[in-house]
Design a protein around this ligand. Structure first.
Ligand SMILES: Cc1ncc(COP(=O)(O)O)c(C=O)c1O
Length: 378
């Protein structure tokens, strides 16, 4: 079976796991958490970073600390994972969807301004597939309207935008090290931010509403309940796994980039009429090659393709159901017209295998089988 994703040499982390088990009880904010935080901070060049239990929780943390009031609106793409929208709802805000552009399925800045009202407080951008949104345009709109920008960088670890890393472009950023990503710890994430004014509230909310962080650094003699909060610090055992992965991360994304380039070259050279679109590389700098998708014109063709590939032992996957099309989206939005371009995207878009263990012959096999299906589409 040619798998869609596969973690890369988790055994590289054995030495750290063994050490973490030997010297700690695995609770949060131990030495491996600190080593991961330092590693990512130095690599990306970001001022503040806290590891979290997931990207979902990093998003929740960001939305909590910007302190939404009832009626505050947050703009985000409909083409995203439910966590992006849930974070807004859990913080008491209202979700406002905005269109993605057809080239990269990232937020379309030309459609954004019409969604901004006097209630808008923030924009969440999603760097879909590791391709960064048009951040210059989005940041200048945000500046004009005094909005906070949060990067949902679940898929964009080590992607770049005009020489800067994704995660350093907005006011906050959220990363994922979930097992389905490229650099993994099973379940983990990180919250990144620049402004010192958020430090205290991030620490308190992340540590169960207490000032445990100040206690740990010796600033206070005891810690206590300070405000509402939750438990978003990951186990240090998981951070031991992550540290090993971080050390391999450059190698991982370079392999993925190569696979992405091969796919892109193939689809550029073959004009398949059954396809509406396919992944294109970023025009803003190197991206991490997290995924490569094909978009079929018709749902039935995409479904037949998935079955055809499965029969040849190749795993390919669909992706997000646009949130406005989901049951929850329809409950929230009522009769609002969905965005035409995104219609049925969740069932028309199919992702091809991308991971560093996919060798040249396997990738050739994926393209050979895909080609034999696509050639027959009229
Ligand atoms: C855009 C986006 N945001 C958030 C998440 C949630 O990430 P996690 O599983 O780390 O909570 C995902 C997961 O795939 C995602 O794709």
């Amino acid at each position: 079976m040619i798998e869609y994703k596969k973690p890369y040499f988790l055994d590289h982390s054995f030495k750290y796991i063994e050490d973490a088990i030997g010297c700690s009880n695995g609770s949060g904010d131990g030495i491996y958490t600190e080593r991961c935080e330092t590693w990512i901070k130095n690599k990306l060049g970001v001022k503040h970073l806290k590891m979290t239990t997931s990207c979902t929780h990093a998003l929740e943390l960001a939305l909590q600390v910007i302190e939404l009031n009832k009626g505050d609106e947050v703009i985000l793409p409909s083409y995203t994972y439910p966590s992006t929208a849930n974070a807004v709802l859990l913080a008491g805000g209202q979700v406002v969807f905005s269109e993605v552009e057809s080239k990269h399925l990232t937020l379309d800045p030309t459609k954004l301004e019409s969604k901004i009202t006097s209630n808008t407080k923030a924009i969440i951008v999603v760097h879909y597939g590791g391709i960064c949104c048009k951040m210059d345009e989005i940041m200048s709109l945000a500046k004009k309207h005094h909005l906070v920008v949060i990067e949902d960088g679940a898929q964009s670890f080590l992607s770049q935008y005009k020489g800067r890393y994704a995660g350093t472009l907005g006011d906050f950023a959220c990363l994922s090290f979930h097992g389905t990503k490229d650099v993994v710890a099973g379940e983990a994430g990180a919250l990144l931010f620049h402004d010192d004014k958020y430090i205290t509230n991030v620490n308190i909310f992340r540590q169960k509403g207490t000032n445990q962080a100040s206690y740990k650094t010796g600033l206070v003699d005891f810690y206590e309940w300070k405000s509402k909060g939750s438990s978003y610090a990951p186990s240090d055992f998981l951070m031991a796994i992550l540290l090993g992965q971080l050390e391999l991360s450059q190698e991982i994304i370079e392999c993925n980039q190569k696979i992405f380039e091969n796919y892109e070259k193939h689809f550029k050279n073959n004009d398949y009429i059954g396809l509406q679109n396919y992944s294109r590389k970023s025009e803003f700098g190197l991206h991490n090659g997290h995924l490569f998708y094909l978009i079929f014109w018709q749902v039935e063709q995409a479904s037949a393709f998935i079955k055809y590939m499965a029969d040849e032992n190749i795993q390919v996957l669909t992706h997000f159901v646009p949130l406005y099309e989901s049951e929850m989206g329809r409950t929230l939005m009522g009769d609002t017209q969905p965005f035409e371009f995104e219609k049925n995207m969740g069932r028309r878009l199919v992702r091809l295998p991308v991971h560093p263990l996919l060798d040249e012959n396997q990738q050739k096999q994926v393209l050979f089988v895909a080609d034999s299906f696509l050639r027959r589409l009229i």
